[in-house]
Design a protein around this ligand. Structure first.
Ligand SMILES: Nc1ncnc2c1ncn2[C@@H]1O[C@H](COP(=O)(O)OP(=O)(O)O)[C@@H](O)[C@H]1O
Ligand SMILES: [Mg+2]
Length: 596
């Protein structure tokens, strides 16, 4: 996984991401750009301009004191139009437009992140805290609003103001215009320079906050482990350390911010005082009139305010870029498991499986778990997979599902390389019941129907009866509508397993993989659903990994694995006769569990 991209290029990517998403809605962005231009010009430039004309005329005595309204008729009309146009129409419209735009872009970015996270492989997710992914997603989405608001309402308005001032006052008071632009540029460069340190500090702060949140999520999710090890104090100290690091990081960013503000306020003061000096001196040297003096003072006020807000632009940008960077980095990660560019149509029918000379090492481990391993499974064959914990049973099945890719060799289903079809196609032909049944925080009915969302309530109930889940579900007050988990019912390990088994029974796939799917059941309930499982295996190729050897005694073939190798295979009877590893396990277990 390559995620070593420099901070600069991450910022560039973030801006590209934001801009490209915003530009999908040109019907909002373009009216918005025009609307803001209109509002700024009418409010900050046209209004003072009309006031200046009135002042000029008054100072020259160019009006009829008996008919004041008549003399200033046009000025009054235009001024009123400008006020109404900018305030009531301009800004309201702009704010409405930016809301419309942001709502759409937020939805798009959130969905894009969601799809990306879902597309990344198990390996990626195994190395992340779900909690920090959630907070990074929220931060990215939030940072878009900051970015858009600052760009449109601060940066864009600053640019408009600078150009408008130059155009209007350039010809009348060139010295003023040139000095104002010069100082503004100095201000902008200086602020950017001082903001570098702020940005760096903010990024560190964001990363540290993310670590702290991750730690909190990790501890809360594993609360029972903490309690059972009486590790509250240990966890609390660990968390305190993270929180202290966050405090230090916040302090650093506060110091850097203070330096920048000091620079900014000094320069805006100079600009404000300087403008009045030039305006006053200008009246003598350039023969400037009272209108120009008034415009110099009010336009400087506008620029001064925009420049002061420019700090805010940078602050918002820094914050936005800092907040976005974690998730933008993740968005750059390409999934390790990719669909072929031109996928073949899947040929999976009977479910013949061949592992041909496969070599595979888990990411990060040097020694391959499997090297040159071969295994052929006939269509409809029922395979029992046994072996000590860590011998590679789960890994073998996850290779079949392409949760990871092999480094050498081939895995074929019905003669077709599993890498030549889409993952969706592959997995829709395999029913997989993992060791840890994962249930969503949704209703029991939804959980069961997850493998076939169009299943009717009758079908769901019939399947639940077969999996012996119906008994406990029908005793719940809300039955199949009961929510699972956090806001709903807490299920025992065995109950979860039965729901998971019902779910897989509903899926109609030619290959079935059960990874210790019955290990959380007690012997009694396992016996109960043994029938159902046999029914499930009918007409299907099945790979069943089991702790309890009695579970797989009846299988066509039992494969015994050790350290990534097949050390024995044959029927239960053969293997007992052979008196090898399996026979020893069997003797030891005498119907109980494999000794680990
Ligand atoms: N995601 C992983 N990353 C690195 N090593 C792994 C991963 N999953 C399993 N392993 C290692 O691979 C070996 C086989 O594990 P596994 O297939 O889970 O065995 P089993 O299911 O037989 O208990 C073990 O040594 C285990 O530590
Ligand atoms: Mg396992």
């Amino acid at each position: 996984m390559k995620n070593r991209t420099s901070e600069k290029s991450i910022n560039k990517l973030t801006i590209q991401l934001f801009v490209s998403h915003a530009m999908r809605y040109k019907r909002f962005t373009i009216p918005l750009l025009i609307g803001v231009l209109f509002a700024v010009i009418t409010m900050n430039y046209v209004q003072p301009y009309i006031q200046a004309i009135i002042l000029q005329r008054i100072s020259e005595g160019a009006f009829d004191s008996n008919n004041l309204l008549g003399s200033f008729k046009w000025e009054l009309i235009w001024y009123s139009l400008a006020v109404v146009g900018s305030g009531i129409i301009g800004w309201r419209l702009n704010i409405w437009l930016i809301w419309m735009l942001e709502m759409k872009v937020l939805r798009d970015i959130a969905t894009r992140v969601f799809n990306h996270l879902v597309s990344l492989d198990a390996n990626f997710h195994a190395n992340r805290f779900g909690g920090s992914l959630v907070s990074q997603t929220n931060k990215l989405v939030g940072s878009y609003i900051r970015f858009a608001d600052a760009t449109i309402f601060n940066l864009y308005t600053l640019v408009i103001s600078m150009i408008a001032t130059l155009v209007i006052l350039g010809p009348k008071a060139p010295v003023y215009a040139v000095s104002l632009v010069g100082l503004s540029i100095l201000y902008i460069i200086g602020t950017i320079y001082f903001s570098k340190a702020v940005r760096e500090a903010n990024r560190e702060q964001a990363e540290q906050e993310s670590r702290q949140t991750g730690q909190l999520a990790d501890s809360v999710t594993n609360i029972m482990a903490i309690k059972s090890f009486a590790a509250e104090d240990y966890e609390s100290k660990r968390y305190w350390k993270e929180a202290t690091k966050t405090k230090h990081a916040t302090h650093k960013s506060m110091v850097a911010t203070t330096y920048r503000e000091l620079f900014s306020s000094t320069l805006t003061s100079i600009i404000g005082i300087g403008a009045l000096f030039i305006a006053v001196l200008g009246t003598k040297y350039y023969g400037a009139d009272i209108a120009t003096l008034f415009l110099i003072v009010s336009y400087t006020g506008v620029i001064g305010q925009r420049l002061w807000e420019f700090q805010n632009v940078l602050r918002q940008f820094n914050r936005a870029l800092g907040d976005a960077s974690d998730m933008v980095k993740i968005l750059q990660i390409e999934p390790n498991i990719k669909d072929p560019e031109q996928p073949e149509e899947s040929q999976i029918r009977g479910g013949k499986i061949e592992f041909k000379n496969i070599t595979f090492a888990h990411a990060g481990s040097e020694k391959p778990l499997f090297s040159g391993m071969n295994l052929r499974i006939k269509p409809g064959e029922k395979i029992g997979l046994v072996g000590r914990s860590g011998s590679g049973k789960t890994s073998l099945t996850s290779l079949l599902l392409r949760f990871s890719d092999i480094q050498k060799g081939q895995i074929l289903i019905d003669g077709q390389d599993i890498r030549s079809i889409t993952q969706h196609d592959l997995r829709s032909h395999i029913t997989y019941v993992p060791q840890e049944p994962l249930l969503f925080h949704r209703s029991l009915a939804e959980n069961i129907a997850y493998s076939r969302p169009d299943a009717s309530m009758q079908e769901i109930e019939a399947i639940a009866k077969m999996a012996h889940a119906h008994e406990f579900i029908s005793e719940l007050e809300e039955g199949y509508d009961t929510l699972v988990g956090e806001r709903g019912v807490k299920l025992s390990g065995g109950q979860r397993q039965r729901v998971a088994i019902a779910r897989s029974m509903l899926k109609n796939a030619p290959i079935l993989v059960l990874d210790e799917a019955t290990s959380a059941l007690d012997s009694e309930s396992e016996n109960l659903i043994q029938d159902a499982l046999w029914k499930l295996m009918e007409h299907r190729t099945a790979i069943v990994i089991a702790h309890r050897l009695s579970t797989i005694q009846q299988m066509d073939r039992i494969i015994v694995m050790d350290k990534g190798k097949i050390i024995e295979e044959g029927s239960h009877r053969d293997l007992i006769h052979r008196n090898g590893a399996y026979a020893k396990l069997w003797a030891k277990q005498s119907g109980g569990f494999i000794d680990e």
